[in-house]
Design a protein around this ligand. Structure first.
Ligand SMILES: [Ca+2]
Ligand SMILES: [Ca+2]
Length: 141
C-alpha cells in the first residue's frame, strides 16, 4: 500500500502550495478563530483587522472557554525577524483569566494599515507558565 501513502503526500503538498500563494494581495486580513492545542480547546483568540466603525483600529479578542485553573493569553506579533526562541517579536498581548465569563477584547490603533501580523493563543497558569500554544497564524492589520 505504499502507493497510497505517496499519493496522500502529493495531495498535501499541492494544497500547501495553493495556501502559500494566496495572500499576495495587500489588504487587511482578520486572523481566527485560533484555538489552543489542547482538546477540547480551553482558549481561543481572534484578530479583527478593521474594528467596526473605526477601520484604523484593530481588536485583539481572547476567550477562556473552560472554568478551570487555566486562563487564555493571546499574543500579537509584527515583523518577520524571529527572536532567539524562534518566535516573531511580540507587539502586544491580552489575557482572559481562568474563569468562563465570555471574551475579552483589547481595541486600539496598534498598527498602520496592512502591517503583517501574527496571532498565537496559549493557556497560562499563575505566575506565567504557558501550555498548549497554537501555531503563529498570519494576517494583516
Ligand atoms: Ca491601525
Ligand atoms: Ca479556563
Amino acid at each position: 500500500m505504499n502507493w497510497s501513502g505517496g499519493s496522500l503526500i502529493a495531495t498535501i503538498a499541492v494544497g500547501a502550495l495553493t495556501i502559500g500563494a494566496a495572500p499576495s494581495m495587500a489588504a487587511s486580513a482578520d486572523i481566527g478563530w485560533v484555538y489552543t492545542a489542547d482538546a477540547p480547546s480551553g482558549g481561543r483568540a481572534y484578530f479583527d483587522a478593521d474594528y467596526a466603525g473605526h477601520p484604523s483600529n484593530e481588536s485583539l479578542i481572547v476567550c477562556d472557554q473552560r472554568a478551570d485553573t487555566y486562563g487564555a493569553i493571546a499574543y500579537l506579533a509584527s515583523g518577520t525577524e524571529p527572536n532567539a526562541q524562534g518566535d516573531p517579536p511580540v507587539t502586544l498581548f491580552h489575557k482572559d483569566p481562568g474563569t468562563f465569563d465570555g471574551c475579552h477584547a483589547l481595541v486600539g490603533d496598534f498598527f498602520p494599515e496592512d502591517t503583517p501580523v501574527q496571532l498565537r493563543v496559549c493557556l497560562y497558569q499563575y505566575p506565567e507558565y504557558e501550555y498548549s500554544c497554537s501555531a503563529w497564524i498570519p494576517g494583516r492589520a
